[in-house]
Structures are given as C-alpha cells and as structure tokens.
Design a protein around this ligand. Structure first.
Ligand code: FMN
Length: 341
C-alpha cells in the first residue's frame, strides 16, 4: 500500500473529530501539498492499468472521482496521482456562489454515509476553466455544470448553455447536473418536457461547438436515484430521442429509509455512501435495459470496495465513480477498486 493509504487510517480518527467540511478542505490542501512533494506515489503498488475506451475517449482506468469532491478543479493532478483514471470537477455554475449556510455536511459513520446540502458552493465556471487550461495530467477530466441558485427554472437553459460553452475547450466530457437535491427546483428539470427542451438546446450547441473546435465532446446527464419506473422510462425515451452521449447514475438520495432513527436523519440534503448503493445499482440496471445499445453509463453511489464497483459494472456501467467511499476508506479504496473491481 502507498504511504498515503497507510497513513489515512491513522489520521481518520483525528479528521473525524473535525467539522466535516473543514476536514475536507484540510485534506484537499494536504493532497495538493503531498502531490507537489511527490509523496502521493511513495510506496504505491504498480497496478496494471486496464484502459477503457468509452465516449470516444481513452480512460487510463475505469475509476473516477465523483463530482463535488473537487468543485473548483483545484487538485486534478493530485487525484490523478492517487490513481484515478478520471476526475469530474464541479458542479460549476456561471456565476460564483457561496452555497448554503454552514454546517452543511454531516457524517453518519455508523452507516458509512454522508448527508450534504452544500448548494453548489463554487468559484464560478470561468475560474475552473482557467485552472484547467494549465492542467498536466493523463486523467480524463469531466466538467459538471449546473445553474445558479437564483436563476429561475425558466431560464435554466441559459445557465447550462453558458456552462457548456465555457467548459467545452478544456473538458474531455461535460456532465449536466439536474439531480442535486440542494438547489431548489433543480430536480424538476428531470420532468420529461423540461429535460427535452434543455437537452435539445444543449445538443444543438454541442454540434456547433464541435464544428468550431473540430472535436466532438460528449455530453452526459447526471440523474437522481429517487425516480420511479415511469420517470426512468420517460428520461430514457428522451435520452434515446436526442442521442445523449451517456448517463451518470446516480446523485445523492433524499430518502432516509436506510438511516431511520439516526440522530442526523432529519438534516436536510442528499444522502450518499452505503445507503444509496442498492438503489443506484437498480437505476443503472433500469437504464441499461432502456437506453440505446452502446450508450455508456457511469455508475456511482455507495461504492466502498472493489466488490461494490464490480456490482455497478455487472449492472451495466462502463465506468464508476466514488465520493463517500473515499471519506470512509481513504486512498486504499482506489487500489481495491482497481485491483478487484
Ligand atoms: C459533499 C458532497 C458534495 C457533492 N456535490 C456534488 C456536486 O456538486 N455535483 C454533483 O453532480 N454531485 C455531487 N455530489 C454527489 C456525488 O458526486 C455522488 O453522485 C454521490 O455522493 C453518490 O456517490 P457516493 O455514494 O460514492 O458518495 C456530492 C456528494 C457529496 C457527498
């Protein structure tokens, strides 16, 4: 195991006594510092890379960092050094915004789970794009775009178009986030008519950007786990109709069934980690059945081991991502997934 993977279990009790968001900021800073000192790769096991050809891209391996961990694209090289084959930065909105009042991130260690209501705190897409212009990494980089909290849903298309145009040059793929529970009304964009209008506009813009830059960059949609069968069918219909390039399943859940009785159960926000694992796998399975053959799915939700990652792949995902698992298992999770996933 790498030095950093060995150190994490020793640091974890100390980190877990700290406020969750402060611990996140601290670890991100440490990651950047360790990377600049070349420490992230010390003692790192050489895992034979199994590249994945997907979305017209060559992913060094099938494991990605899920959106939300690096909202501002501040540590892409460090994540890549840790072993990730791809990094999805964001969610990024057209204008910078502070997000919801703190505290807004909570740990439920008994359940290997987090609840967050961050609310798209981010420096604005233009800051992230500037950082990505200078990126030096093998990893594929996805840019996850959203709308500002004070943009009404009627104008949401404008925010997403701005995000797509701003990110197009520096991103390898663009993820359209319509599934965060922490921006009021955002998930309503998953309704059939709204999503059709949004995606039609984005696909038209994608085609014209592809002409301008001489390169087609895939546009994926990130969906919620809290969709019933009818909503899933309606979404899949629209995705097929408009030839969406891929689906990211899933975001966090608003359900609290799996953590009923926990002291933090009533905290508003999205629940992630182990409690969302099964539902996210079911959603992947459902979309696999309904999507046009060859439409890639990125599986995310509750991956805490290589075995969990394998479940997502068996359900029909081509690639996987982790967020909460990294908090509870540390960098050893990367090796576990790459070896056993
Ligand atoms: C603190 C936190 C912030 C997140 N922020 C975003 C975000 O900005 N955009 C997004 O698409 N997903 C966001 N997510 C959702 C994750 O990308 C992922 O879809 C979800 O947590 C399920 O995966 P996991 O169980 O591995 O955490 C966030 C998750 C957490 C825990």
């Amino acid at each position: 195991m790498s030095l950093i993977a060995n150190l994490y279990p020793l640091m974890k009790p100390w980190l877990f006594r700290m406020d969750a968001e402060r611990a996140h900021e601290w670890t991100t800073r440490m990651m950047r510092l360790s990377h600049s000192l070349g420490l992230l790769t010390v003692g790192q096991e050489k895992i034979p890379q199994k590249p994945v050809e997907c979305l017209g891209l060559r992913f060094p391996n099938m494991l990605g960092l899920a959106a939300g961990m690096d909202k501002s694209a501040s540590a892409v090289e460090a994540w890549s050094a840790l072993g990730f084959g791809f990094v999805e930065v964001g969610t990024l909105t057209p204008r910078p915004q502070p997000g919801n009042p703190k505290p807004r991130l909570f740990r439920l260690p008994e359940h290997d789970a987090l609840i967050n209501r961050m609310g798209f705190n981010n420096p604005g897409i233009h800051v992230a794009v500037k950082r990505l212009e200078k990126r030096r990494t093998q990893a594929v980089v996805g840019v996850n775009i959203g709308k500002n909290f004070d943009t009404p849903n009627e104008d949401a298309v404008k925010d997403y178009l701005l995000g797509l145009k701003a990110a197009y040059r520096v991103a390898d793929y663009i993820a359209v986030n319509i599934s965060s529970p922490n921006t009021k009304g955002l998930r309503d964009l998953q309704a059939e008519d709204s999503i059709r209008a949004l995606l039609a506009a984005l696909k038209t813009e994608q085609a014209s950007l592809a002409k301008e830059y001489g390169q087609m960059k895939p546009v994926l949609v990130k969906i919620a786990p809290d969709l019933d069968g009818q909503q899933i069918e309606a979404l899949a219909r629209v995705f097929n109709e408009l030839a969406v390039d891929g689906v990211i399943a899933t975001n966090t859940t608003i359900s609290r069934e799996a953590v009923a009785g926990h002291a933090l159960e009533k905290e508003a926000g999205g629940l992630s980690g182990a409690p969302v694992k099964e539902r996210s796998t079911q959603v992947i399975q459902a979309f696999r059945m309904l999507l046009k053959e060859g439409t890639p799915i990125i599986g995310v939700g509750g991956i805490l081991s290589g075995v969990d990652a394998k479940e997502k792949l068996n359900a029909g995902a081509q690639l996987v991502q982790v967020y909460s698992g990294l908090v509870f298992r540390g960098p050893a999770l990367v090796t576990d997934v790459l070896k056993n996933g």
